[in-house]
Each structure stands twice: as C-alpha cells, then as structure tokens.
Design a protein around this ligand. Structure first.
Ligand code: SAM
Length: 248
C-alpha cells in the first residue's frame, strides 16, 4: 500500500499510513477516563448492548476468545463470567488501554484467564484456526481497512468458529437519526471536554460513527470475508448493531 492511498479520520481525509497512529493518539489520551466516559456518554446503555452481545453469543465453558480492539477488557470479562471457564486474549493497538484492563483483571482476580497483546486488527500475530470466538466491540470503525480486519478474523477462527461485531450503526428512521445526531454532535464533545478534558478525541468519536457503513452494507462486508449465516440485530433503534457470522 503506498502513502498515496487515503482514508478518513472522522471527517478528515488522511493518508492511510497515518490513521493508526492518530487512532492510537486518541485512545492513549482517553484511556484513564475511558470507562467512566462510556457510562456518561451512553447513560450506561453500552452495558446493555454488551449484555445483548453475550446473550446472542452464548459463551460456553472452555472456549478460547480473541477480543480484538478489546481496550480495557469489557467484552472479555463478560465473556469469561458467562462461560464459567475459558480463556480470553485481548488485542489492542493502544497499550495504555490494555494497561487499564490489566489492572481491572487483577482487581477482579481474573488475570490468570486473560492475555493482553498489543497489535493491529489488520495483521493479527496468531496462527490460522486458533480461536473459537472472535469479538470486536466499538473497534472496527477505527480500523484503517475494516475488510482486512474481517479477513484476519476469518483466518484466525477455527472452522465452526463465530464472529461477532458490536458497532455504532444507522437509525433507519431519518427523523430519529437527525435527533440523535443533534445529541451526539452537540453533547458528546462537550462531555469529553468536561470529563476527560479532551474535546478533540470525542469529536473524532462522533464523526467516526457517522462514517461507518450502515447495517446492510456491513453485512455484505462480513459475507465477503467468507462468513456464513451472517445476520444482524439492531440495538436501541439501530443506534448500535450486532453482526454475527460463522466460519463453516
Ligand atoms: C472504543 S474502544 C473499544 C474498547 C472495548 N472493545 C469496548 O467495547 O469497550 C476502541 C478500541 O479500538 C482500538 N483500536 C483501534 N484501531 C485498532 C486496530 N487497528 N487494531 C486493534 N485495535 C484497534 C483502540 O485502541 C481502542 O482501544
């Protein structure tokens, strides 16, 4: 890939080679306030969405999870608690996010069931067919080439393995989408300033949400990566969506 290729960083156009560094900058800056900001911005609703992800995923004892863009570990902790036993590998581009997660794991006495790996969703440092489940929650819209990340998910899952993606999406009713945009573009950067002293990172967050493909388009991308029985479910009117697929 040459530097001439461009992509979006929120509403800005940037060389592809710059995006990962800028995304890392955003999440390094917010890491220590990430969990508290998630609750504040979503009024706690992100917890319900993550629980809905677990309901559909139905973790089973002994499963090996790869939680990409896993950040501070929210999905992995839920997965391990539901499975009862198993192992989670949390991979993320941003070391300070993983450091927060590691502290949480130690506090919850779960450190033995987790690994924390710095890496990029587009080039996973794992062998083919190594995991039972691949999750990516609020991560894929930050990845420079999401289709490459889906190809990597397919590669590292074992035959019979399951992909599940949780991401912000599109509200199918234009009037509701308009109202939601007013909320997100006016309030979220202001909350980022007030709580995390960082308006720009939260401006990026809302812009990146608007740039991400809608449910049907992303479903096509999941299918193109080779996943079968691919389906999605809307959460809270389509503010977020879950996409599921199987490597068969
Ligand atoms: C909004 S946080 C989501 C964290 C967690 N999954 C959750 O649901 O709370 C997005 C995470 O994606 C990570 N990320 C962004 N681009 C990535 C990439 N290309 N590969 C791996 N992680 C990436 C960021 O570092 C950040 O920790």
């Amino acid at each position: 890939m040459s530097d001439q290729n461009t992509t979006h960083f929120g509403f800005e156009t940037v060389p592809e080679s710059e995006k990962a560094g800028r995304v890392r900058g955003v999440f390094s800056s917010v890491a220590s306030r990430y969990d508290v900001m998630n609750d504040a911005m979503s009024l706690g609703i992100h917890r319900l969405w993550k629980d809905a992800m677990m309901d559909w995923l139905a973790p089973r004892p002994g499963q090996r999870l790869l939680d990409v863009a896993g950040g501070t570990g929210d999905i992995s902790f839920r997965f391990l608690k539901r499975a009862g036993s198993g192992h989670a590998t949390v991979l993320d581009l941003t070391e300070p996010m993983l450091a927060e997660g590691r502290q949480r794991a130690e506090a919850a006495r779960m450190a033995g069931s987790l690994d924390w790996v710095v890496g990029d969703a587009m080039a996973l440092p794992f062998a083919d067919n190594s995991f039972d489940v691949y999750t990516i929650s609020f991560g894929i819209r930050n990845v420079t080439r999401p289709q490459d990340a889906l190809a990597e998910a397919f590669r590292v899952l074992r035959p019979g393995g399951r992909l599940m993606v949780l991401e912000f999406s599109t509200i199918p009713t234009p009037a509701l989408q308009w109202a939601y945009d007013r909320y997100s573009f006016n309030l979220i950067p202001a909350m980022g300033q007030a709580i995390a002293n960082d308006r720009d990172s939260y401006q990026y967050l809302v812009e990146s949400i608007r740039r991400f493909p809608d449910q049907e388009t992303f479903l096509g991308m999941v299918r193109s990566a080779g996943f079968e029985q691919a389906k999605y479910r809307n959460l809270t009117l389509g503010i977020a969506a879950l996409h599921s697929g199987w490597k068969l």
